[in-house]
Design a protein around this ligand. Structure first.
Ligand code: ZN
Ligand code: MN
Length: 150
């Protein structure tokens, strides 16, 4: 999704995040990609436009944006954190081979709910479903070492 500066300003204001040019650039880059980049990936993307941006700024800004609820962290096993600029309800296909993360938008999954016996009085605010497996290109590589089915 392409965002203009006014959209970014409004979102930052709503989430109580102080706006700086660098923060806006990092946030815009994250919202504009569906690749769920790591902090280092994002650093590489952003420094194409802003070569003066430091790696520390990217890391620190991601933690500010995440704590403010503007971006979401997606963890893939023990791999490094990956970031998602889309905080609306959606789910993920995660490749165990290449680490690729793809969005799944599915009304049916959005409507998942716990049976009353499982909720234990918990006030559930949301849920995220992750499908783990191998993407089409990794299936070629992993054909002979396919994971045990659970
Ligand atoms: Zn893959
Ligand atoms: Mn996503």
């Amino acid at each position: 999704m392409k965002l203009d500066l006014q959209d970014i300003e409004a979102r930052f204001r709503r989430h109580d995040v102080r706006l700086t040019r660098q923060r806006a650039a990092i946030y815009a880059a994250l919202v504009e990609t569906t690749s769920h980049p790591s902090a280092d990936d994002l650093y590489r993307i952003v420094t194409r436009q802003q070569p003066m941006m430091s790696r520390n700024t990217v890391y620190y800004t991601l933690s500010v944006l995440r704590n403010a609820g503007l971006v979401r962290e997606v963890n893939v096993g023990h791999d490094m954190a990956r970031y998602d600029g889309n905080v609306s309800m959606h789910h993920h296909l995660i490749c165990l081979g290449c680490g690729q993360i793809m969005d799944v938008m599915d009304e049916e999954l959005n409507r998942l709910h716990l049976s009353s016996g499982q909720a234990r009085g918990f006030d559930v605010l949301g849920h995220r479903v992750e499908f783990h497996g191998y993407c089409v290109s990794c299936q070629q590589v992993h054909r002979n070492v396919s994971p045990r089915r659970r």
